[in-house]
Structure formats: structure tokens, C-alpha cells
Write a protein that binds this ligand. Structure first.
Ligand code: CA
Length: 651
């Protein structure tokens, strides 16, 4: 369930928007006096050098009206109730983003949730934001609910139409919605044609059909106001395909200004990769680029008894601690990465204020989510999205990533938007202790680290002595595979040590991560080089490195390791593999040679990241010497990777 929610959440994140420079710009502040200077005694913010005056520091605030309808009260830094949008503007936010669904309601008028956002929502929020000098990015999903890489369902009313029919609907709907949003008083600066449309758009997945519909939307926006920027929005920069997407748009004559992406550090790779991906598009296709969504957790806690998509787990890299300062650093670093690209126009923080609705427990809050759409999905979404939203509906899945605390008071990190222009050079202090991860094999003894890295407010690190909870450490048994968490403390901060007791593995460098790979022997059975050790996390089962093959011509090769001095007994051998295009005559298998006998198991290669585990069990070995390997024979164009060879004693 937690995973399902995370997936659903990830989908939600897809919405993006941008607003920006270029074209003719009005003065930023339309009304109101200059906001007071933002100061902080505790928040360390490194200045973003060379930041343009019109750089977008945006916030997605799509859930705002549904939160207010549920009784949420937002406050300012003095603790007084204040329009959340005013508080954002006072702290350097200069643009808002609101998602728009066509008809997020069931036949009885019950909202699907996620703010029940329509063009009317965008109009109301946009008009309020305009009072504080903020422009609006209209994030059209062209769906009745969340659109993301996994979901691009067309609106109910458009079901059954072909791409030409949907293109005409998009054209008319875009025109009438933008007119209504402007008439409500919003200052529309940018329009997003779809949300996280990396793998599809409005129910279509073929490139010509998607581009036909993008073109219709773009024409409607240009006709509405040629000064409004047109953004397209994708995600998964870690997949490395932005240039391919930009080529797809360009070769299909899609008219747009801004190439936008989502960037969630726990899923989407490094900032360096993000920057390289966006730079490539900006340079080659002469487009503005931006991050339409990003977020970071300031706490692992959940404020509303509805699971969050990100918590204190070891499922992802954690480049920043889950602290207010960590959140601030994430915002600052993403802004700096985009600002360093000449065509980089801005960053939007996703759902700045989606905090818990009032209530002591789940049962208090559920009626508010259901009535006001203030949860990520309501039970009424079942008719449109029965397999996900309809089953896992609930509250906010990102209350721990908002820029307001659970009680509605702003977090110090909100000041980052203002302070990153000048920097805020307060004395550096320890902010958190990094977690330790210890992997111990069955039968080995546990050794806990004596130090862990302390992470300072400026991002620097230094090893710090840590004391672990003795009772928890003693409770760890290495007799069997298991996982433990041990608490500790050092320098006045808490630390965690994750202990993974894993099966003994008698193979050396079983996952190819160590640079010395001399224990593995690759034997091409034909003259050309046919296999290599590839450093690419997305093609590795664990870590970054895997045993890889691809060749334009047919290949035949083996890779094996021989182990000696094994205790006498029965053994279990396994490996993971993924790949494809190997042809029907291919022979790809795991093999084991022991006591003069050979055992094999096929490794099916059925597609990218479709990992299969090949296992050979109960292999007797009395000589103490055993050889484990893979054999590959396939046609040209076949490809694949193998990872995590395991050689364990049979239980
Ligand atoms: Ca929650």
C-alpha cells in the first residue's frame, strides 16, 4: 500500500509549470509596497551567483483552496493568520503554478480530490496571487485527474475520440479555460501543455498523435496571447532522453518556448545529470529550460495519518538530510543548477502548503478530504481511476515536504527563495548526522562504525564520534538474514545505523562494484570484444556496475569465476539478468561446474529492467573448487546485463 501510494504520488508530481522571461515583461510588482527584507539568524544559504532579476522562484499551490475549505489556517512568521500566497510573496516567491483538470468530479458532483482543481481553481488562486505580484503558470493535464508517466488518461467526455477529435477538444478547451482564468483576474505568464508527458499525452502514446495534440494546444495559447510562454513538461531526467524528446517535438513542428522537467532528488538522479540534460536541449534546440516541480522533506514524520511518499527508509539516495536546513539546501541547489544554464528560467517548488487538515486522527480527517478534495484522492475517484486512486485514496502524501509546518506556520526554509539572491552567511553548525549502513553476512560478527559523517548547515561534512544503543546492538543476530535499525547519538544529534544481515556469498566482487575485476574471466569465443563491465546504474541490478553485452554482429562469450577452498556441502547459485532482442535461437544461461559435472539454468531476457533471477540449487561439491559463470550466444543486436552472482551454502 505504501508503495502504491508512492507511485500515485510520483504521478501527482508530474504537474509542472513555468513562467518567465523572454517576450515583453511587465513590472514584477503590480500592487503593494516592497516587501520587508527577509532575514534569518539560523538558515545558512549560499548565494546563487549571477541570478537574473526575472528568474522564476515559483511554488505550486494547487491544493490551497481545498485546504482552506477544510479549515487549514496558514500563518506568517509572526504567527498571525495570513493568506499563504502573501507569505510566499513576502519570502521571495514570484510565480505560482496550479494544475487544471477538465472534470475531476463524479456524476453526483463529488470531487476526485487532489484539490479538485479546474480552470475555476486556477482563476481564483491566480487572481489572489496577482494581488501580491505573482504570475500564474497554468498546468493543463488534459485529463480528469492526475497525469504522469504512468497515467495519461483522456477526460471522460473525450473518451472514444481519435487524436483529431481530441486535438479539437484541446484547442477549444484551452482557449475557453485561459479566457476564464484571465477574466477571473489572474496574470497568466505561462501555460503547460500536459503534465509529465514523457510516455504519453491525453490517452495517446504514438509520437505523431501526441504532437498533433500538442500543436493544437500551442495554437490555442498563441491565439490567446502571444506573450504567454508555452511549456512542455517531462520527467525522469535520470533516463537521459531529453534530447530525444526535444527532437520528437522539433521534428513534428510543435511550437513551444520552455522545456520543463520534474526533479525529485530521491528518484531523478544527480543535479549534474539534470543540468546536462537540460543544457543539451537548451543548446541544441534553442529553448528555455526549467524545473517545473521539485520537493524535499524537512522531516520523516507523517502529519495526517495518511502515508507519505517519502519517509525514513533506505530505498533511495539522500543527498540532503531530512531537516529544514536540508530542504533549504535542496531548493537553493536546484535553483543554482538551473540558473547556471544560460537558458534556465526558473524553478517551481511542488505543493508548498499541502499540510494536514484539522483533526486528531485519520477518522477526523477523512470526511474533510472526501468533502473538500484536500487529500491526494477521494473514494469518488474510483470511477475514473479504480486501480490506484480508487483503492488508496487518503490525505496528503507530502505533508512532510511542505514549506509550512503541520500547524500552518511557515518553515525557516521558505526564506530560501529570498535569501538565495544575496546569500545568508550565518555561522555554520551541525545540522544532522548521516545514517550508517552496515552489511554483514550470515555467520560474520557485527561491527558498528565508531563515527558517522555529521552534515553541517552549509553542506560540509566531518566524521563525528557516535555512541550506539547497546541493547539494540546486542539484539542483532547474524545467524539468519534479517534487517535491524540501531539508534545512536553524537554531537547532540541523533544517528541511525541500518544493519542488513545478508546471505553469505562465496564469490568475490559479485556485483562488479570494486574496480579490481581480475577474479572474473571474460572469454570471447569469437574474435571481437563482446562483453564489458558497464558503469550505468539504470542497467545494474544493484550498485552501478554490471556485466554487459551488445554487438552489431552475433556474439558468443562466457564470463566466469572459480572459487577454491569451499567447505564440503551443497550449494545454491544465482544471477540476475535483463536484456532483449537476442532472437529465438539464442542460448543464454547460468552455469556451474563442480566435481566434473556441469549444471545450467536459462536466463530469460525479456526487456529493459525486466530482471529475472536464474537459480541452480543443490549442487554437491566435495573437491572444494567450483566455477560459476554465464554463457551468451545470440544474434547481432542482442543486448543485456547480468548482475549480483550469488554462491551460498544450501540451507
Ligand atoms: Ca501524510
Amino acid at each position: 500500500m505504501r508503495r502504491a501510494i508512492a507511485m500515485a504520488l510520483a504521478a501527482l508530481l508530474l504537474v509542472g509549470c513555468a513562467g518567465g522571461p523572454g517576450k515583453t515583461e511587465e513590472p514584477t510588482t503590480e500592487q503593494g509596497a516592497e516587501p520587508p527584507r527577509v532575514t534569518s539568524n539560523s538558515l545558512y544559504v549560499k548565494k546563487v551567483e549571477g541570478l537574473r532579476e526575472d528568474f522564476i522562484l515559483g511554488a505550486d499551490v494547487s491544493s490551497l483552496l481545498s485546504e482552506e475549505a477544510s479549515g487549514v489556517v496558514y500563518r506568517n512568521f509572526s504567527g498571525e493568520p495570513q493568506d499563504m500566497l502573501q507569505t510566499l510573496a513576502e519570502n521571495g516567491v514570484n510565480y505560482v503554478r496550479v494544475r487544471v483538470w477538465v472534470d475531476p468530479f463524479d456524476r453526483d458532483g463529488h470531487g476526485y480530490g487532489g484539490g479538485n482543481c479546474t480552470a475555476a481553481t486556477a482563476g481564483k488562486i491566480g487572481a489572489r496571487a496577482a494581488k501580491y505580484g505573482m504570475k500564474l503558470l497554468v498546468d493543463f493535464h488534459y485529463s480528469d485527474f492526475w497525469a504522469d508517466p504512468a497515467k495519461q488518461q483522456s477526460p471522460k467526455a473525450w473518451a472514444g475520440l481519435d487524436e483529431y477529435g481530441k486535438a479539437e477538444k484541446i484547442r477549444a478547451y484551452t482557449a475557453e479555460s485561459l479566457a476564464a482564468i484571465r477574466d477571473a483576474g489572474a496574470n497568466i505568464g505561462m501555460v503547460q501543455l500536459g503534465n509529465e508527458t514523457t510516455k504519453g499525452f491525453c490517452g495517446e502514446t504514438s509520437v505523431p498523435k501526441m504532437c498533433l495534440m500538442y500543436r493544437a494546444g500551442a495554437e490555442a495559447v498563441r491565439a490567446f496571447d502571444p506573450n504567454v510562454l508555452i511549456a512542455v513538461h517531462f520527467t525522469n531526467p535520470e533516463a537521459g532522453n531529453f534530447k530525444k524528446l526535444a527532437y520528437m517535438l522539433s521534428s513534428n513542428q510543435v511550437d513551444y518556448d520552455v522545456f520543463a522537467t520534474s526533479y525529485y532528488p530521491y528518484w531523478h538522479g544527480t543535479l549534474e545529470n539534470l543540468q546536462a540534460q537540460l543544457s543539451a536541449v537548451a543548446g541544441e534546440y534553442k529553448k528555455k529550460v526549467m524545473v517545473a516541480e521539485t520537493q524535499w522533506a524537512y522531516t520523516a514524520a507523517d502529519g495526517d495519518d495518511s502515508a507519505n511518499s517519502i519517509g525514513e527508509e533506505l530505498k533511495y539516495e539522500k543527498p540532503y538530510p531530512f531537516t529544514v536546513q536540508g530542504q533549504s539546501r535542496e531548493i537553493r541547489d536546484v535553483a543554482a543548477a538551473v540558473a547556471a544554464i544560460p537558458e534556465g528560467i526558473g524553478v517551481f517548488y511542488w505543493e508548498a502548503g499541502w499540510i494536514p487538515v484539522p483533526g486528531e486522527k485519520y477518522e477526523d480527517r477523512l470526511p474533510l478530504w472526501e468533502a473538500n478534495g484536500s487529500g491526494w484522492a477521494s473514494s469518488y475517484a474510483a470511477e475514473y481511476d479504480p486501480d490506484d486512486a480508487g483503492r488508496y485514496y487518503g490525505g496528503s502524501a507530502c505533508d512532510n515536504q511542505a514549506l509550512f509546518a503541520f500547524d500552518g506556520t511557515p518553515l525557516e526554509s521558505l526564506k530560501t527563495f529570498a535569501l538565495l539572491r544575496t546569500g545568508n552567511d550565518v555561522p555554520v553548525a551541525a545540522d544532522a548526522l548521516d545514517s550508517a549502513v552496515v552489511t554483514v553476512r550470515v555467520g560474520e560478527s557485527l561491527e558498528l562504525p565508531e563515527t558517522v559523517p555529521a552534515i553541517f548547515t552549509d553542506g560540509s561534512r566531518a566524521e563525528t564520534a557516535v555512541t550506539w544503543n547497546e541493547a539494540e546492538a546486542k539484539a542483532v543476530s547474524t545467524d539468519a538474514v534479517n534487517q535491524y535499525v540501531i539508534h545512536g547519538a553524537g554531537d547532540g544529534k541523533e544517528a541511525l545505523c541500518y544493519v542488513n544481515v545478508v546471505e553469505a556469498n562465496y564469490l568475490k566482487n559479485y556485483s562488479f562494484e570494486d574496480e579490481d575485476r581480475s577474479m572474473w574471466t571474460v572469454t570471447p569465443l569469437q574474435p571481437e570484444p563482446q562483453a564489458d563491465f558497464q558503469v550505468k546504474a539504470t542497467d545494474a541490478y544493484s550498485g552501478e556496475v554490471s556485466l554487459h553485452f551488445w554487438n552489431g554482429t552475433a556474439v558468443e562469450w562466457t564470463c566466469e569465476q572459480t572459487v577454491t577452498d569451499l567447505p564440503e556441502g551443497d550449494w545454491r547459485i544465482s544471477v540476475r539478468g535483463q536484456g532483449g532482442d537476442v532472437g529465438e535461437d539464442a542460448d543464454i544461461h547460468l552455469y556451474v561446474i563442480a566435481d566434473g559435472a556441469t549444471y545450467t539454468a536459462p536466463i530469460p531476457l525479456t526487456g529493459w529492467v525486466d530482471w529475472h533471477e536464474a537459480v541452480i540449487e543443490h549442487v554437491p561439491c566435495s573437491s572444494g573448487t567450483l566455477t560459476v559463470g554465464v554463457y551468451v550466444r545470440c544474434r547481432g543486436g542482442g543486448w543485456g546485463t547480468f548482475d549480483d552472482f550469488l554462491l551460498n551454502p544450501e540451507k
